[in-house]
Design a protein around this ligand. Structure first.
Ligand code: CIR
Length: 264
């Protein structure tokens, strides 16, 4: 696979339109159902930001049978020419894998998969410049991680497991790639030492949700409403694009999970 800035240089994104059923999406704590129309507007802003960042955005139709299917990051991992069909840890999301598999064919000549009984959600996978970090969470187990690490090793990519921090859905709910050497993360994740070999920028207290950012080419997509994080990143010379995430947040989701990003 091309390795130059593979963790944030992309040419394409695959996204799925949110279904009306998104109002019934999974959430650990019910702070109210998202409004499907408002969520669709957030999604439209997100797609426009991917386009403005230089990506060809390929849009898949909504799937009413799968309320969480707008979160396309969870059933698939893109590794160069290879798409790994994952096995989401929530039973209601398992069928998303079969639904997206045919859509991958034009982009990924090679496909691998995680087999039962393992589970892996894409939200637990942080691909940095040097490795794949697999978060163990309620959605990703050791067997799924073992299978994925084996697949990654077959592509010359080293992988390791790390516990996802308590209180978040996925590893990437708490961290993001900023550049080849630098990660953005919450304080608990920084203090865990999991990323002690990286340069770590820690989101200011009270702004943990902002850690789920997405670096796309020359810009960094960041949730709107986290001014101290935005200021810290601007001071560190990242070009921040702030996007609304009020509705997706009600479903424990954020910016990274709404696209599969890859380079061709
Ligand atoms: C779920 O619980 O699966 C969805 N409501 C949210 C998934 C968010 N995915 C992600 O951050 N990768």
């Amino acid at each position: 696979m091309p390795t130059a800035a593979r963790s944030y240089r992309f040419t394409d994104a695959l996204v799925r339109m949110p279904a009306k059923s998104v109002a019934q999406g999974l959430r650990a704590v019910d702070i109210g159902a998202p409004d499907p129309d408002a969520l669709a507007r957030e999604h439209a802003r997100y797609l426009a930001a991917l386009d403005a960042a230089g990506l060809a955005v390929h849009v898949l139709p909504p799937l009413e049978d799968f309320p969480d299917s707008v979160f396309v990051e969870d059933p698939v991992l893109c590794l160069g020419d290879l798409a790994v069909l994952l096995r989401p840890g929530a039973p209601s999301r398992l069928g998303e894998v079969g639904a997206i598999e045919p859509e991958l064919e034009p982009f990924f000549p090679e496909r691998a998969r995680i087999d039962a009984p393992g589970f892996v959600d894409g939200g637990d996978l942080l691909l940095t410049e040097r490795e794949l970090v697999i978060g163990l969470s309620l959605r990703t187990d050791a067997e799924g991680a073992r299978q994925l690490a084996e697949t990654a090793a077959g592509r010359g990519l080293s992988a390791r497991q790390a516990a996802a921090p308590a209180g978040v859905l996925h590893l990437k709910s708490a961290c993001a790639v900023l550049d080849e050497e630098t990660l953005l993360m919450t304080r608990p994740l920084a203090e865990s030492g999991v990323f002690s070999d990286y340069r770590c920028l820690v989101v200011p207290d009270g702004e943990d949700y902002a850690a789920n950012a997405v670096r796309v080419n020359d810009v960094l997509l960041l949730s709107e409403g986290y001014p101290r994080t935005a200021q810290m990143l601007a001071q560190a010379d990242y070009r921040v694009v702030a996007l609304p995430t009020t509705e997706v947040r009600k479903l424990d989701a954020g910016l990274s999970c709404m696209s599969l990003r890859f380079a061709r």
